[in-house]
Design a protein around this ligand. Structure first.
Ligand code: PMT
Length: 227
């Protein structure tokens, strides 16, 4: 089933959690996977929005669809919730920070002792929040939710657990320990698992090629759902 009449919301890039005015917690996500998915979605969908964390300007420059910049995981949650509507497709390729400092110091933390401990608190899980909102809000009927799993070990078991716990329609597992897969590269290696028990293996390919393959799979799944 075509994405023509559906809004596609893609997230990409890292989030940033400030410790003090000059330091933050983040990760190596470049936004390339998310941007490739948003490019591919724009070719098929009437409305695409790309919500991204702090990424290099080249990732979003001249994109022919709406882009929304966010910084922290809480900002990303608010932006995703603000864009969601019934029938939308949400593709969460972003790598949100799972924890943030319990307190953000207003002043630069000075180098005094040999050790420094920073207390972290858990950030909201965006996909779990979407799942509970979807269950409670009839206006979100028909949304199709795709997660990613970035794993380094026991990769399939963790991906399948996330598929279930986050109530996803599909999960794209990238084993980021593999050469050419995962963060910052122009290529990726992904295995897709679906809610119904399906599996599709994509070999090493560019993120652009992979994005087209993932969108083909989403369209197939939407077609099956509507039969
Ligand atoms: O940006 P690139 O450099 O191109 O790299 C692409 C990528 C490796 C970042 C991407 O392919 C990818 O794997 N994105 C997901 C990274 C991640 O956060 O994985 P996770 O296994 O920790 O999270 C599982 C899912 O939950 C993800 O869809 C994530 O977006 C989502 N999540 C995570 C944390 C959180 N607080 N809320 C979430 O919804």
């Amino acid at each position: 089933m075509s994405l023509r009449d559906r809004k596609v919301i893609v997230t990409g890039g890292p989030t940033r959690e400030w410790i003090d005015p000059v330091r933050y917690i983040s990760n190596a996500s470049s936004g390339k996977m998310g941007a490739a998915l948003a490019d591919a979605a724009h070719e098929r969908s009437a409305e695409t929005v790309f919500i991204h964390g702090p990424v290099d300007g080249s990732i979003i420059a001249g994109r022919p669809y709406r882009t929304v910049a966010v910084e922290s995981t809480e900002d990303l949650l608010d932006a995703v919730m603000g864009e969601l509507r019934g029938g939308a497709v949400l593709i969460m390729a972003a790598a949100p920070a799972d924890y943030r400092p319990a307190e953000r110091s207003g002043l630069k933390i000075k180098k005094k002792s040999d050790e420094l401990r920073i207390d972290l608190v858990k950030n909201p899980d965006i996909l779990k929040t979407v799942a509970s909102r979807k269950a409670a809000d009839p206006s979100l009927e028909g949304i199709f939710v795709v997660g990613f799993a970035a794993e380094t070990h026991d990769v399939e078991a963790y991906a399948l657990t996330k598929l279930k716990e986050k109530d996803l329609d599909m999960i794209c597992l990238n084993d980021v320990a593999k050469e050419g897969a995962g963060f910052s590269t122009d290529t990726n290696i992904v295995v897709v698992f679906t809610r119904g028990g399906g599996r599709l293996d994509f070999p090493l390919m560019t993120k652009k090629e992979l994005a087209a393959g993932i969108l083909d799979k989403i369209e197939d799944e939407l077609g099956t759902r509507n039969q």
